[in-house]
Ligand binder design. Structure first.
Ligand code: MD3
Ligand code: FE
Length: 210
């Protein structure tokens, strides 16, 4: 379904085997070379979500190859299978072969939500590219709040994101405010390999060279 132009929700896109593979990959990335951690905000806050990056390291509000705010290490390489998964996601969401063939994400941000983690309303503006963002959810269901491009308040639409769901945000939706006001604990299937909590992978195109 499409809650807004350029935004497409495909419930149940990832089968259980694919979810298990992604959980295993995220578990490896979470160990290093840059460990998963609560990202520190420039004004002194700490995010309740834990994150690890692949390909490029994100910190508010820029991308780099090394994680100077964590341990100084270079982040894990972005694997080609993950770019392929992104192209398959865009192909299935948009049903536009040209859009999916051109899709070349170079970074993934992996977010882990414990029962009490939230993400406040924000825009993703650190990428120098208008390419879509691909979002994959695994584990506990969450409330995803999808807003508008002008304010972080109403009007917005609340959507339940469940394990296996794909969401693609492109076009006019790419710069919409969005957030995660709550997670629904113990709604996930432990057969994914995730005993508790919620994982979200977002694939992005930084627009940075090499
Ligand atoms: C809409 N993550 O990492 S994914 C983020 O579930 C982020 O972890 C949320 O927002 C999460 O920045 C939401 C859905 C999402 C991701 C990127 C977007 C929605 C988006 C970029 C533009 C518009
Ligand atoms: Fe975001």
């Amino acid at each position: 379904s499409s809650p807004a132009p350029g935004a497409v929700h495909v419930p149940g896109w990832l089968d259980l085997d694919r979810q298990r593979e992604l959980v295993a990959a995220c578990r490896e990335w979470a160990r290093g070379p840059v460990p998963m951690r609560h990202t520190r905000l420039p004004r002194g806050g700490v995010m309740s979500v834990q994150s690890v990056c692949v390909g490029w390291h994100w910190r508010p509000y820029s991308y780099s190859r090394t994680a100077l705010d964590v341990n100084g290490a270079r982040v894990a390489d972005f694997p080609s299978w993950l770019a392929e998964l992104g192209r398959a996601a865009v192909a299935d969401a948009y049903r536009d072969p040209a859009a999916s063939a051109a899709y070349a994400p170079d970074t993934a941000l992996v977010n882990f939500y414990g029962a009490d983690a939230v993400m406040g309303m924000h825009q993703d503006r650190d990428e120098r590219s208008d390419a879509p963002v691909v979002s994959l959810s695994i584990g506990d269901t969450c409330v995803f709040r999808f807003g508008n491009t002008r304010t972080r308040t109403k009007p917005y639409t609340d959507v339940e994101l469940e394990s296996g769901d794909l969401f693609v945000f492109g076009g006019a939706s790419r710069h919409a405010y969005h957030g995660v006001p709550r997670v629904r604990p113990r709604t996930g299937d432990p057969a994914t390999g995730l005993a508790a909590g919620r994982l979200n992978l977002t694939l992005r195109t930084t627009g940075l060279p090499g």
